[in-house]
Design a protein around this ligand. Structure first.
Ligand code: C2O
Length: 412
């Protein structure tokens, strides 16, 4: 099980031995098999470095390779941890209240969002997803997860590779009004929405288009530099749950109001990396909804056909988000921004509290490239602070493209 140390109360356990199998609709969990568990820190360092590149700069060949591997993953039985369905279910399991911290502590729900767990957990998650794709892709270590660079002008729309309705990279539950629009990094529901700025306006109404781009760059500056000062502001605050909430204490500490969600208090201790463009892009990309009377965050109510009807707004709702292949490229960009923050912006390594560094999670991985045997790998936050140790890095988008502007220059 995942070991999680929370809020200075010592070790708590999240019961995730099956890693998402319980959330795949209509599928009973397979009998618990003994699988080997190894520590990531004990594994040999990767030999090759994968270079993650902007999705809009991928060659047709690279896109075709990813599509082919993903098609294979979509055909696998969901009981296979390397299937696309099982991979997507891991995300859902960690955010819909499926997993609980030690039951003796009133069965408190566990969530990888809204705290300092967010950045490292998602780094781990997409890392193992990338490993899965690599297992099925033609060629050894031939796949590096492309990132959706919504922070540079050339990337401020849904990348073309995800838009072909016949492709395994496609997802039907997206907002149809946003397929050919400029992304809005400050998008939130409940705000009065202006009609989207379409890509076509780049030529027909350049001032609208430029304005939308500039606003996004301003949001990026805000998230990365102005608000993102220090680890607590950028990565978020410690993970706490309602059982150990002292509301005044948390308010004092995080300076934020607590939100009421599904009748349950949840502390929103998210940092600017999570709270700002990341969340806006989720909501912007997903099919709008659900209607107010359906509680999609309640796992019971959200299962079955109701879920398809009301809650399938894939990117727009955390529970379903990872069913859209776009998710992994979205998070590849979030991860790149963390990487930039800690390397180029001198944000540093994050926190030195053991409570953060020693937090660990289990993920399925292949034992080697030659057969399908899997094992579980225990990864700690400490293990993932340097992407070189994970065998990947990012190459920055081409700055010589026409219309390139950098959010670093968008100081208000
Ligand atoms: Cu787990 Cu973008 O969310």
């Amino acid at each position: 099980p995942t070991i999680y140390e929370g809020c200075g109360r010592g070790e708590s356990k999240v019961t995730d031995d099956l890693l998402g199998c319980d959330v795949i609709n209509n599928l009973p969990c397979p009998p618990r098999k003994k699988v080997e568990v190894v520590n990531f820190a004990d594994l040999p360092r990767p030999k090759n470095v994968r270079v993650r590149r902007p999705a809009h700069e991928l060659t047709a060949d690279e896109v075709a390779r990813y599509k082919k591997a993903l098609a294979k993953m979509k055909e696998l039985s969901p009981s296979n941890p390397s299937s696309f369905a099982a991979q997507a279910a891991i995300h859902e399991a960690y955010c819909d209240g499926h997993y609980h911290i030690d039951p003796t502590e009133k069965n408190r729900k566990f969530d990888v969002h809204f705290s300092w767990i967010f950045a490292p957990w998602h780094r781990m998650y997409i890392y193992f997803y990338e490993r899965m794709v690599n297992h099925y892709v033609d060629g050894k270590d031939a796949f590096a997860l492309p990132y959706w660079s919504w922070d540079v002008p050339a990337g401020m729309a849904m990348p073309d590779m995800f838009k072909d309705a016949t492709s395994p990279l496609y997802d039907q539950y997206r907002n149809p009004d946003h397929l050919d629009a400029v992304v809005d990094l400050d998008y939130h529901l409940g705000r009065k929405q202006l009609p989207p700025v379409t890509l076509e306006m780049k030529t027909s109404k350049p001032e609208f288009y430029e304005d939308a781009v500039d606003r996004n760059l301003g949001t990026m500056y805000h998230q990365m530099i102005r608000t993102g000062k220090g680890a607590r502001c950028f990565l978020g605050d410690r993970f706490c749950t309602e059982a150990n909430f002292n509301i005044n204490e948390i308010n004092k500490r995080s300076g934020r109001r607590l939100r009421k969600e599904v009748g349950e208090l949840k502390g929103d201790a998210s940092g600017s990396l999570e709270r700002m463009a990341h969340t806006a892009v989720h909501v912007w990309a997903g099919r709008p909804g659900p209607p107010k009377d359906v509680k999609c965050t309640d796992p019971e109510a959200a299962l079955g056909h109701d879920r398809e009807l009301h809650c399938a707004n894939d990117m727009g709702f955390l529970g379903s988000a990872a069913r859209d292949p776009l998710f992994y490229s979205h998070h590849s960009n979030v991860d790149r921004l963390w990487h930039l923050w800690s390397t180029k912006l001198k944000g540093g390594k994050g926190f030195d509290e053991p409570e953060w560094l020693n937090t660990s999670f289990l993920f399925y991985d292949f034992v080697n490239d030659d057969d399908d045997t899997m094992r579980l790998v225990r990864v700690t936050v400490r293990d993932v602070l340097d992407t070189a140790k994970l065998g990947y890095t990012y190459s920055e988008p081409d700055k010589t493209t026409s219309g390139y502007k950098d959010w670093m220059d968008y100081k208000p």
